[in-house]
Design a protein around this ligand. Structure first.
Ligand code: SIN
Length: 290
């Protein structure tokens, strides 16, 4: 690795470990993800617990809470502590308008999120985060893991020359890109917006490489060929650098909360013909600035 890559990595790996009064926190890797225990999300959290959960979220970006027995109302109440809930787009035909069912069976082998992406980046005010609660995992007890990648570090490990080019441009995100030429479902309001290609995290001010293959269409300051080549290179940063990501192995009744501003995720479909079921609630964020 180049010295600038090692320096960026060391800034993350040498952070002093923190002590928490109300939670136990076990990092999944040195750069992303933590299992959080000592908290029952079916009950109202104390102010101190909530403040600590928010702190761990900013430090680790992906939080895994196991053995939680939650109603839809518990799930929504916990999410509501972080911001307004986002209605599902397109609205579900029945059920709660804020709850997206994530369901895969052998008969309906559609797998939401089976590719690297962040949720809601084409919106003018992109999502703060998502909470996915799985109650059914593939029967053999494995498969269907979700991968998460740290997009702060993805940016920080790029060369200084490339970072200074990226700091000065924007990117257009378009909700149609994910459909790859197919017609979106009825009722889908196609989001489209332009964000700085490198945004700053609204709460920590840390920079983020903010492009993803599912939604980012082009860099308007570049020619179409330049834009395509640069975007393809940036989309490959995560798959080409395994150290950026962690892998969450689901067990029934696990809730995972991730930060859509600085994390990309990828649902793995390695469990056909088995089934997997859960519900996802997403939280509104504000506009993103460079
Ligand atoms: C998604 O939100 O993209 C789905 C993630 C998953 O099912 O693991």
């Amino acid at each position: 690795m180049e010295s600038y890559e090692l320096e960026a990595l060391a800034r993350v790996t040498t952070r002093p470990a923190k002590e928490y009064r109300t939670l136990e926190v076990a990092p999944l890797t040195p750069v992303i993800g933590a299992e959080v225990s000592g908290v029952d999300l079916s009950r109202e959290l104390s102010e101190e617990q909530l403040a600590e959960v928010k702190e761990v979220f900013l430090d680790h970006h992906v939080l895994v809470f196991r053995d939680q027995v939650l109603t839809q109302e518990d799930h929504k109440r916990f999410a509501g502590h972080f911001g307004e809930l986002r209605p599902v787009n397109p609205p579900p035909p029945e059920g709660d308008p804020y709850v997206l069912e994530i369901s895969t069976t052998a008969e309906a082998a559609n797998v939401a999120g089976n590719g690297w992406h962040a949720d809601g980046t084409a919106d003018v005010e992109p999502s703060l985060g998502s909470m996915l609660y799985l109650t059914r995992v593939p029967e053999p007890g494995s498969g269907g893991d979700t991968l998460f990648a740290n997009m702060h570090l993805a940016y920080e490990m790029l060369s200084p020359a490339l970072r200074s080019l990226l700091d000065g441009v924007t990117a257009v995100h378009d909700g149609l890109v994910a459909f790859q030429g197919q017609t979106p479902p009825p009722g889908y309001v196609v989001p489209k917006s332009e964000h700085p290609l490198v945004v700053r995290h609204p709460e920590t001010d840390r920079r983020i490489l903010y492009v993803n293959r599912a939604y980012t269409a082009r860099i308007p300051q570049l020619s179409s060929d330049e834009s395509r080549a640069l975007l393809d290179m940036l989309f490959d940063v995560v798959p080409n650098r395994p150290l950026l990501s962690c892998r969450v192995r689901w067990t029934p009744n696990t809730l995972v909360f991730w930060d859509n501003r600085c994390v990309q995720h990828h649902a793995t479909y390695d469990y056909y013909p088995y089934s997997r079921y859960g519900q996802r609630v997403a939280i509104n964020g504000g506009p993103l600035k460079g």
